[in-house]
Design a protein around this ligand. Structure first.
Ligand SMILES: NC(=O)c1ccc[n+]([C@@H]2O[C@H](COP(=O)([O-])OP(=O)(O)OC[C@H]3O[C@@H](n4cnc5c(N)ncnc54)[C@H](OP(=O)(O)O)[C@@H]3O)[C@@H](O)[C@H]2O)c1
Length: 292
């Protein structure tokens, strides 16, 4: 029986990965490792740790773990490391792959909405503003949020990750660079503004997309509804309603009032599931099916 291990079992993502791995139909043995545990040999290891821990552990696990899936952003932009969403770019993983990165949660919502439209439209620019849930910040932020007087209580905080010298944050730039890599569109312009909101779980994005072609709204909806794990909803759907669900949801599609080459829409999805644990489980399923 193949062994699949979770490293960082006590964190938010680690706990969700455990629930997700239990859904895998192929018989597997699930192993879990906390801060002080020695990782035993594994067919697949899923690192559910922050960047410094992933940076330190990944090289040490090379000889013990056949495939290593990392949830942190540490290796995502390494050209040797595939950055994978199984519905979009499963081909990025080959038999020679060892390390696989799972993308940023907010970027995941964006690219899930872009991928089904790629065969029909040449995107020129995309802008989004995010409304990111507290659970996206891990245990520390969840505890902070539940402490009376928290800065995040009844507030919007336009700073996620670290503030860089150029005025962007590390989270803003993940939206740009990870989108280009996953979509295999190295020149697409992506303008990102990331904001933490007092929503317990599920991230949302308001998106504006520009293409060389005029948009056909019925074709856009049909493409979205024909894509795995994606649904267009007439009316309104909110982060509270999609929490715990596997699909990425889109609503409020409309054309720009002045330019038919531009559409606007709203995306919402469970950041701990499709934005992390479910994507990790899907990568593990792909590895079990194709390479193990
Ligand atoms: N939350 C999201 O929506 C989301 C989405 C996509 C990606 N991610 C990424 O996923 C990773 C985990 O996020 P999270 O939200 O689950 O963070 P978290 O709740 O802070 O969990 C991190 C876990 O790592 C554990 N850990 C630290 N050092 C370790 C070691 N040497 N060996 C094993 N475990 C160790 C910690 O253990 P202790 O419990 O002992 O402190 C903690 O349980 C991060 O890189 C994050 O950026 C998160």
């Amino acid at each position: 029986m193949k062994t699949v291990g979770i490293i960082g079992i006590n964190g938010r993502v680690g706990q969700n990965v455990l629930s997700e791995l239990k859904k895998i139909k192929t018989p597997i043995e699930i192993k879990t490792f906390g801060r002080n545990d020695e990782v035993t040999p594994l067919d697949i290891g899923i690192l559910c740790t922050d960047n410094p821990v992933s940076r330190e552990l990944a090289p040490k696990l090379k000889d013990r773990v056949r495939f290593l899936i990392d949830m942190s952003s540490e290796f995502r932009m390494d050209p040797q490391v595939p950055l994978v969403i199984p519905e979009i770019n499963p081909h990025a993983i080959t038999a020679d792959t060892h390390l696989i990165a799972s993308p940023n949660c907010t970027t995941t919502g964006l690219v899930m909405s872009l991928a089904p439209l790629k065969p029909f439209y040449h995107f020129t620019e995309v802008f989004f503003c995010s409304y990111q849930a507290i659970s996206g910040g891990g245990k520390k932020l969840i505890d902070d949020f539940h402490t009376p007087g928290s800065y995040y209580e009844k507030n919007c905080v336009p700073l996620i990750g670290s503030l860089l010298e150029n005025g962007h944050t590390s989270e803003d730039l993940k939206g740009l660079y990870e989108t280009r890599k996953i979509m295999e569109l190295p020149d697409i312009k992506v303008y990102c503004h990331t904001v933490r909101v007092p929503v317990e779980n599920s991230h949302s994005l308001g998106v504006t997309l520009k293409a060389a072609e005029k948009f056909d709204l019925e074709q856009v909806k049909k493409a979205w509804n024909g894509f795995e794990n994606l649904k267009y909803v007439d009316g309104v759907i909110t982060p509270k309603e999609v929490s715990g669900k596997e699909d990425t949801f889109i609503c409020r599609l409309r054309k720009d009032v002045e330019d038919e080459h531009i559409i606007h829409y709203f995306v919402t999805f469970d950041n701990l599931l499709k934005g992390a644990a479910m994507n990790g489980r899907q990568i593990a399923e792909l590895l079990l099916e194709k390479f193990l």
